[in-house]
Design a protein around this ligand. Sequence first.
Ligand SMILES: CC(C)(COP(=O)(O)OP(=O)(O)OC[C@H]1O[C@@H](n2cnc3c(N)ncnc32)[C@H](O)[C@@H]1OP(=O)(O)O)[C@@H](O)C(=O)NCCC(=O)NCCS
Length: 108
Amino acid sequence: MSLLKEYLKERGVKEIIEYPHGFVTYAIQDKLCYIEDMYVLPSERGNGWSTRLADEVCADAKNKGCELISCSIDLNAKDNTSNFYTIYQYGFRPHRAHNNEIYFIKEL
Ligand SMILES: CC(C)(COP(=O)(O)OP(=O)(O)OC[C@H]1O[C@@H](n2cnc3c(N)ncnc32)[C@H](O)[C@@H]1OP(=O)(O)O)[C@@H](O)C(=O)NCCC(=O)NCCS
């Protein structure tokens, strides 16, 4: 188990799925699953890894009774344009904007 996974398990607040080329962290609360962070190594981007990671999150969330999945974009973070493409391409739609953050949602 990676150090990050160990840490998140001990804190008990988030789930994590790790691949050699990337990871995703998410939290489940009642019927909502919120994707907190996703990262794919720059050299591996554009190869569908984020889609595979998101598919695994959705499967786990559904198993745990979730009906919605959500994620957000921090407008202060750099290089956000491809995140918009990735999020939109996966079927998320804008839900609300708050404090420089745009939240997206998708039915499971
Ligand atoms: C965002 C991120 C996770 C995407 O990972 P990825 O593995 O490269 O994404 P994928 O290859 O699965 O692409 C997903 C879709 O978005 C599309 N896409 C991504 N960037 C695009 C762009 N600039 N223009 C058009 N389409 C784009 C892809 O074509 C793909 O669509 P398809 O399935 O129809 O081909 C990756 O860029 C990353 O780690 N960025 C840095 C960290 C970050 O900002 N994380 C998100 C905030 S928490």
